[in-house]
Ligand binder design. Structure first.
Ligand SMILES: Cc1cc2nc3c(=O)[nH]c(=O)nc-3n(C[C@H](O)[C@H](O)[C@H](O)COP(=O)(O)OP(=O)(O)OC[C@H]3O[C@@H](n4cnc5c(N)ncnc54)[C@H](O)[C@@H]3O)c2cc1C
Length: 495
């Protein structure tokens, strides 16, 4: 028997989900409100410069390899990527600066040399991160936690072995402080909480598994920039017969007697056996299902942080910078308090700069120019005065970079575009402009994300950053995989 599926949204999880369903024989139509695929994983060009609009860090390419293999294809025929030797170029306010290798032994040596940190301590920390990820993390990231049969089949004894009380009852910051002697090493490892939009002073030490991905497994660069990932997914989906309806926002999900039956778009009904929403879970309930109570319930989970990004075409090349660069704040705790407690921007922000023209000179920017993606963490949008905050932030960033790089950047900015939490929300319907759905600040967060199948509406499934297992490209790919597995079980499909 052949089934048909409707996917709402062409974000990374919508694309991956449509590929997996098509590979299982479903006829799939994706409805996307924008005129392009990718959602947050999109890009734009301006005045001869090319910018990835959202994600810039690419880890775990094996998840893409596996997705393509599930569709009978090889990733290399769609996407070229290479390993990046340095995870990040770090700059501290006291003048300390170094390149952090994306390799445990090399990183340990570098931290010993520049921060006086024992390389043995660093290696031991990374080894624990490895165990936590491989024994515990993958259980949470690869399975639905909301189906009895899955939960029953998990080997919990093995999964829980590497967890120490400290991982549950200490914050990431407390754990890092009790491990490292130099506060600058603590700051470096605290930063990994931002990889899922969380606060290291609140989030449980379980998140110390995150550096495993970047340092032990490595970081990668897709040729052509991050947009090449979207292009590869979109190409494969269309080859598998997935139909895309762009500029077609879904207005509601048709459901009756506890079953989803299709969607309404352009005031027309489209029926399907299965509906997968890649739209933020909150907006799925609020706008498409008109279930205000359920939507309000979702809001009990704190949203992840958002971001403010300045895309600058820079008329100069900076030899001290690499693909990923961090300029730390003097006081990380105050910065996170501003973001998560006062919901404001911090006036001495940690600045992240991504420059893809470092990897492909002359392709993303004119010769000897650079394409700078300058990002600071921002609070979720709760109605702050963003016009004012953007002006202040721009000024603070320019002053800080002038101090730390010794160059006045203002006259070097050839072109500029800005993305703020309000535009992140309006472009991708991500509630409050959060980058990663809900935060991981609570130790229960992993259990409290919305499941991949709607609990009370049959045939309705969810995939993407706002549902299990969370945000970021790797987790969104996992989310699509878990969702398709549930659909396969529910429809008694093979594999
Ligand atoms: C600035 C920024 C930096 C980031 N950095 C990184 C990084 O370095 N590494 C990393 O791994 N992750 C990063 N992330 C997070 C990552 O981008 C997201 O977690 C991931 O892309 C979200 O994918 P998704 O599948 O949830 O869909 P989204 O990208 O949220 O897309 C959802 C799609 O649904 C569509 N849609 C919504 N409502 C409707 C409707 N009613 N009808 C039709 N279509 C609809 C939207 O238009 C959109 O295309 C970053 C995000 C941002 C914004």
């Amino acid at each position: 028997m052949s089934y048909n599926a409707i996917v709402i949204g062409a974000g990374v999880a919508g694309l991956a989900g449509s590929i997996r369903l098509a590979a299982k024989g479903f006829s799939v139509t994706v409805f996307e409100k924008n005129s392009y695929p990718g959602g947050k994983l999109s890009h734009f060009e301006q005045d001869g410069y090319s910018f990835d609009a959202g994600p810039s860090l690419f880890t775990q390419p094996h998840l893409l390899e596996e997705l393509f293999a599930a569709a009978g294809k090889q990733l290399k025929d769609y996407l070229n990527y290479e390993s990046v030797p340095f995870a990040c170029h770090y700059f501290y306010p006291n003048g300390t600066r170094f390149k952090a290798p994306a390799n445990p032994t090399e990183l340990a040596k570098t931290l010993e040399e520049h921060l006086g940190e024992s390389s043995e301590v660093v290696l031991n920390y990374l080894q624990k991160a490895n165990q936590l990820y491989n024994q515990t993390g993958h259980i949470f990231l690869e399975h639905s936690l909301h189906r009895k049969e899955t939960v029953r089949n998990i080997n919990w004894r093995d999964a829980l072995k590497p967890i120490q009380l400290a991982h549950l009852f200490k914050s990431m910051h407390q754990y890092n402080t009790s491990t490292f002697k130099n506060p600058q090493t603590v700051q470096l490892f605290n930063r990994y909480a931002t990889y899922n939009g969380s606060n290291p002073y609140q989030a449980p030490a379980m998140l110390t598994m995150i550096p495993h991905l970047e340092i032990n497994e490595g970081t990668f660069y897709p040729k052509g920039g991050m947009i090449s990932i979207t292009k590869a997914l979109y190409k494969l989906a269309t080859e598998l017969g997935v139909v895309f309806e762009f500029e077609t926002p879904v207005e509601s999900i048709i459901h009756s007697e506890g079953k989803a039956k299709g969607i309404v778009a352009n005031q027309k009904n489209y029926f399907a056996d299965v509906v997968v929403s890649n739209m933020d879970a909150y907006f799925t309930y609020k706008n498409l299902l008109k279930r205000d109570r359920k939507a309000a319930n979702i809001l009990k989970q704190e949203r992840s942080s958002s971001a403010l990004i300045f895309y600058w075409g820079i008329r100069q090349s900076f030899s001290e910078l690499g693909l990923h660069n961090i300029f730390f704040t003097e006081n990380y705790q105050k910065e996170f308090n501003a973001l998560f407690v006062s919901k404001q921007l911090y006036n001495d922000p940690t600045i992240y700069i991504n420059i893809t023209s470092k990897m492909e000179e002359g392709v993303h920017a004119p010769e000897n120019h650079e394409n700078w993606f300058v990002m600071i963490n921002a609070p979720a949008n709760v109605g702050q005065n963003w016009e004012e905050l953007k002006k202040q932030a721009r000024n603070n960033i320019l002053v800080k970079l002038k101090q730390m790089l010794g160059t006045d950047l203002e006259p070097l900015i050839a072109t500029e575009a800005i993305l703020d939490p309000v535009t992140i929300e309006s472009k991708t319907s991500s509630y409050q402009g959060s980058l990663y759905g809900t935060s991981s600040n609570s130790k229960w967060a992993a259990f409290l994300r919305h499941p991949n199948a709607a609990p009370k509406i049959k045939n309705l499934y969810l995939a993407g950053g706002s549902v299990h297992p969370g945000g970021g490209i790797p987790l969104c790919l996992q989310s699509a995989k878990i969702t398709t597995k549930l659909i396969s079980q529910d429809y008694h499909l093979k594999g």
